[in-house]
Design a protein around this ligand. Structure first.
Ligand code: CMC
Length: 393
């Protein structure tokens, strides 16, 4: 029984070889295919980064145009899929809808997918990247009771998403440049993060040769938890619960109390023992966005977040454990300023992370070393014993 290595949470297990994303958690470094995250976040477009993650190199202008054309040719949803979506309860959480509807794509594209054929794997990846914003926006429209909008293929990825969210059949929506820029940046920062829980889930599901749409639905389910992608929603709940700068110290004490389940949401990371490089970029943009959208201003929340960060970063408990703000700490404040409601925050994460999920799935499927993922266990149950008839128990 002692033969297997016991590694709960896979703290010390490398489950695969990968050439997609590199993290140095001690130094706070994050590279996509070798390119530093800050350069990509400030200089590239989301689909350019998607191409990079999926294919391994930055695209030429021609390759990018072709890729954008391929993606936009898959943005529509089958009408039956919309009917399926409309069956959800009116106040269903958009993550529940996303999980179900993306999983149902496997019923729409089942016969056409041969997971052993690279061409079909590629088409599935394109379909997923293209349809995810359409499904996400449709989940929102269902929630607010408005008609689902068709995608606009003349718009860029993020602008089209904002259009599908906020336009109605009666009124166009012109996303401002800063809103589009902020979304582009957030999507790039969330696009991949090597073997996190949801990506590992996608790989494990896919290792059996399962349909890619079902595998991505499994990834969405894993992302939903508050310890993972659900943290961005939990951060805003927490900031509102704290309510005022004067209460920050009390909540920091609560987070340190081992008898209290309260944790500082958006703080800490399995890999980063240094400031999360994504959080650093988001923090800056947060200030810019809130200046630009004074109407939707969440500056009291930002002020609270900054104060919380300051107190925690100077507290022995957090310093000793190397707990810093992570990607989710400031992202919710930006989403809210853009008019995106809280229950959509994790959905936004899922839209962006789809690129990482499909990149990892494709990498795994083309890896000759790929075999079914099948961890073992350390059994500590009963030894062998004889069945006792119910009358004698
Ligand atoms: N507040 C208070 N204490 C914390 C926190 C926190 N947010 N995070 C970790 N700790 C403590 C923890 O109690 C433990 O203390 P001790 O050594 O005394 O037992 C120590 O720090 C190590 O924590 P851990 O739980 O063993 O670390 P982990 O690698 O298993 O968990 C984590 C990482 C991200 C799940 C955790 O830090 C956490 O729950 N953070 C809050 C949720 C969050 O922000 N999640 C988003 C992660 S980044 C984006 C993403 O993955 O989607």
């Amino acid at each position: 029984a002692g033969f297997f290595t016991y590694d709960p949470g896979f703290m010390a297990t490398a489950s695969c070889h990968s050439a997609i994303t590199f993290i140095d958690g001690e130094k706070g470094v994050l590279l996509y295919r070798g390119y530093p995250i800050d350069q990509l976040a400030t200089k590239a477009s989301f689909l350019e980064v998607a191409y990079l993650l999926v294919y391994g190199e930055l695209p030429s202008e021609e390759a990018l145009n072709h890729f954008e054309h391929l993606i936009t040719s898959h943005t529509m949803l089958n009408e039956n899929l919309k009917r399926f979506l409309s069956g959800f309860h009116y106040d269903a959480h958009p993550m529940a809808i996303l999980c179900g509807v993306v999983g149902s794509l496997s019923a729409f594209y089942h016969e056409s997918i041969d997971v052993n054929d690279p061409r079909y794997r590629e088409v599935s990846a394109h379909r997923l990247i293209a349809k995810m914003p359409t499904i996400a926006a449709a989940a929102y429209k269902h929630f607010v009771g408005e008609p689902i909008m068709y995608p606009r293929n003349d718009l860029r990825y993020g602008a089209n998403f904002l259009h599908m969210m906020f336009a109605t059949p009666c009124e166009d929506y012109e996303p401002g440049l800063l809103a589009e820029k902020a979304l582009n940046l957030l999507f790039i920062l969330h696009a991949d993060h090597e073997q996190n829980a949801s990506t590992s889930t996608v790989r494990l599901a896919g290792s059996s040769g399962a349909n890619p749409f079902a595998c991505i639905a499994a990834g969405i389910a894993s992302l939903w938890g508050p310890a993972h992608g659900g943290a961005n929603e939990a951060v805003l709940d927490m900031l509102e619960q704290i309510g005022h700068v004067k209460n920050v110290a009390k909540y920091v004490d609560k987070a340190k109390d081992k008898d209290d389940p309260f944790r500082l949401m958006g703080f800490g990371h399995r890999v980063y023992k240094h400031y999360d490089p994504r959080a650093k970029i988001i923090r800056e943009v947060c200030h810019q966005v809130l200046e630009e959208f004074p109407g939707a201003s969440d500056s009291p929340l930002l002020e609270l977040a900054v104060k919380l960060e300051e107190i925690a970063l100077n507290d022995e408990y957090f310093v000793e454990r190397k707990l810093y703000p992570n990607v989710d700490f400031y992202s919710g404040i930006i989403y809210r300023a853009l008019g995106i409601p809280r229950n959509m925050f994790t959905v936004m994460f899922a839209v962006a992370r789809t690129v990482g999920w499909v990149s990892h799935w494709m990498e795994m499927m083309s890896d000759p070393a790929n075999r079914i993922g099948r961890p073992r266990q350390i059994y500590h149950g009963q030894g062998v014993r004889d069945y006792v008839p119910i009358s004698k128990r």
